[in-house]
Design a protein around this ligand. Structure first.
Ligand code: PCP
Length: 398
């Protein structure tokens, strides 16, 4: 028996790969093509239906993989919003030296970017309501820190994983499981015990759907904990969800007329973009699991787009892909004013709305294996993401 998890050593040494890359490296070395220098570009040519943008994340882990390898790397800073056909990252080096890492790098970028993008959309739709990521239970535990980090930097206000404190310096947030109430056999005893035992700085959020109607249990919790009760959480089972909005409104009304307007309402269980839009004006926060943990896939792909021949870079790519390693220019004042040019041309572009100089977004992170920049914290990346997504209209939902 064992845990079926690739070790850090296996990942960093290129063993977590598809066999055809191992064979490719072998062939190139045997045939003397191991010093053919290329530029490989990472990009997305189409997004899921209804998506106009995505959030590029996973860079820190990719840099960890490529550190010390004989390559140069340019990339968008982690957390940058991007659109189809824009370059996300470029690796320059002898293809034989980094071919085996393609699977790992794509896996990191696609998984991260998909989770962060789903979170960013959810957060944008939730507006100023709290979004907590409760999705660890649907994932393999080996990637808990990664999933919490991807959701947090994607804009979640909190994550539930205990390991998040160690890995991303973010204190985990959570309420209480139904199991606690079942074991006590009484909601009030369980809420009381929670209040007695749990550290004072943890907000008292009572789960109010276990035995009775949410309206009744919410009132019971408020009467019991009074001003100490921060919020109630409704995780109403699907068999009882006639109309969640009506249930929420009834709970709000009942708390208010009984003098408990300070008690907030959180909802969880099956929350997705649609339910957020429906409930956001009546609740204070959402606990979101599956719809973030199993997001729509952001299909990042990697293609060789330039080859170094006779001392110069020559655009060369498979059909269907635009040859040439690219740079993305974005206006600092208008996030939708964007131009793609060739990386090696070092172009200058002016915003047609405000005439500002547009900013080249890909920056060099690695030179011959050496990391060139200090990387931002999870909080810095999260703020960067929120700053961008709230400049844009709400995403349309299907
Ligand atoms: C879970 C927990 C989270 C929910 C599911 C995430 O509820 O309360 O808030 O849900 P999602 O994946 O559907 O978005 P339960 O499974 O009822 O767990 P517990 O009884 O432990 O609270």
């Amino acid at each position: 028996m064992k845990l079926y998890v690739a070790s850090e050593e296996e990942i960093l040494s290129g063993k977590a790969t598809d066999v055809y890359f191992v064979r490719t490296e072998n062939i190139l070395r045997k045939k003397g093509l191991d010093s053919v220098k290329v530029r490989m570009e990472f990009h997305v040519y189409s997004l899921p239906e209804g998506y106009e943008w995505a959030i590029f994340t996973g860079l820190e882990e990719v840099l960890k993989v490529l550190e010390g390898k004989p390559v140069d790397v340019w990339a968008l800073p982690e957390g940058t919003l991007f659109k189809p056909f824009e370059p996300l990252m470029i690796i320059e080096g002898n293809y034989a030296d980094f071919a085996v890492f393609e699977t790992t790098i794509l896996g990191i970028l696609r998984h991260y970017t998909s989770i962060s993008t789903a979170t960013a959309r959810v957060k944008r739709l939730a507006r100023d309501r709290t979004v907590l990521f409760f999705g660890l239970r649907v994932l393999h535990p080996a990637i808990q820190p990664m999933a919490d980090r991807a959701a947090y930097i994607g804009g979640a206000d909190g994550v539930s994983g205990v390991l998040s404190e160690k890995y991303i310096n973010v204190k985990p947030k959570g309420t209480m499981p139904h199991a606690l109430i079942i074991v006590f056999g009484s909601q009030t005893e369980a809420w009381k015990a929670f209040d007695e035992v749990v550290e004072k700085e943890v907000p008292r959020i009572a789960l109010v759907d276990t035995f009775y109607d949410e309206r009744e249990e919410a009132l019971m919790a408020a009467k019991l904990l009074k001003e100490k009760l921060y919020a109630v959480r409704l995780d109403t089972p699907s068999s009882r969800r006639g109309d969640m909005l009506k249930i929420v409104k009834e709970v709000r009304w009942t708390l208010d007329i009984n003098g408990f307007s300070h008690v907030k309402i959180f909802v969880s269980g099956g929350i997705n973009e649609k339910s957020i839009v429906k409930l956001r004006d009546y609740v204070d926060g959402f606990g979101v699991g599956t719809s973030i943990a199993f997001p729509k896939s952001i299909d990042i792909s990697a293609d060789i787009v330039e080859v170094f021949i006779n001392d110069k870079w020559v655009p060369r790519a498979k059909r269907g892909k635009l040859p040439g390693a690219k740079q993305l220019y974005v206006c600092p004042n208008h996030i939708n004013e964007r131009v793609v040019g060739l990386l090696s041309r070092n172009e200058k572009h002016t915003c047609k709305l405000c005439y500002s100089q547009m900013k080249p977004m890909l920056v060099k992170y690695i030179e011959n294996g050496k990391i060139l920049r200090k990387l931002p914290s999870a909080d810095e990346i999260r703020n960067y993401v929120l700053n961008q997504i709230f400049k844009l209209p709400e995403p349309s939902i299907n």
